[in-house]
Design a protein. Sequence first.
Length: 125
Amino acid sequence: MFLVDTNIFLEILLTQDKKDDCKRFLEDNVGSFYITLFSFHSIGVILFRNEKEDIFLKFLDDILPDTEVINLPIEEYQEIISAKQNLNLDFDDAYQYCVAKHYDFQVVTMDDDFNNVPGIDVLLL
């Protein structure tokens, strides 16, 4: 199972350079990936900031039927601090890392900060 990082969705939603690769991954893996509620909120914040509420609504319609939204259990939040301190990750990457580790998911991302991070499998697109 895959945990899809925020940047994969934003690449598509903001029509950036690697949108086709990201879209292909999602289409090829429908029903096999998860998104965190944190990513969901981050996508909303960015789209609203760019006055793209209509794109957020389309994103909701497209993603919700086939994708489960998950969270890190609150009792695991101290692990985010450990991930930051030991792996030099910022909060959002540390959060994704901890979710992936907790659920034993492979992280799908375009973020080089996940290169050589121990304890999880990473697929860089």
